[in-house]
Design a protein around this ligand. Sequence first.
Ligand code: SF4
Length: 298
Amino acid sequence: MTLKFTGNMTYKKCELCPRECGADRTVSHGFCLGGACANVTRAAKHFWEEPVISGKNGSGTIFFSGCTMRCVYCQNSEISRDISGRNVSDEELCEIILSLQNDGAENINLVNPVHFAPSIKNALLAAKPSIPVVWNSGGWERVETLREMEGLIDIYLPDFKYFSDEKALKYSGIGDYAQTAANAINEMFRQVGDVVIENGLMKKGVIVRHLVLPSMSVQSVKALRFMRENLPDGVWVSLMGQYIPAGDVSSENFPEINRKITIKEYNTVLREFRNLGFDGFCQELSSASEDFVPVLKD
Ligand code: SF4
């Protein structure tokens, strides 16, 4: 089987992400470090997503190397700042998808997929998985690239990281984050619509993840208000509090985020999350467990 690129995406003069760096990835690599085929670090069933994603049998997770962003606190910096995995052809990616499906995975979970969208599209068109496909991304994405994936993705799981573009630049090396992410998430919702859950498993819809950072509970409150005003009601939100310092974070260069968040900081954000009436999930940091707890409107 030989797969050919379909649609308008290309690695030749790459503009897949909002960085639009124009790299010719057939001879070199772009800012994201991606070349002309997908690079997979790990493919296995994963049990630590929201319960509606992990289910009983685990989410069939495919971790891609490289990244379009440079978050200083990246929890996966050894994967995101290097092409540390295995180069796979589109045919091999198709086989990985089918093998996760045959292994009983609840879904195919594409982690950090944006910079390999053309390969993923080819592999999905060939694999035609019978289980839901999850696009698990950072939210800083181009609508044009997302449109190319229409009909192939069932569940969108983007981050919404920042309200302030100044913080986005400081901590992730990107500009115009909030509005770019809002445009992307609106496109995601246009494609898949409201959340559908059957027998405790998500079949389609959009869940936006927001990770609360230390010293930034006010920023998180603003981010939630921005989401409420700029995203459709049918988008769910997952509020996350499990930040730990990682990547480049140290007491020398980013002291303000070189710690876990406090329960007080988290509860400030949690209160706003509930006040704004989001459907979704939150983590209860005040309990012994940090598992996801469903939050649903009546
Ligand atoms: S996906 Fe990579 S190569 Fe393409 S525009 Fe973004 S950073 Fe550049």
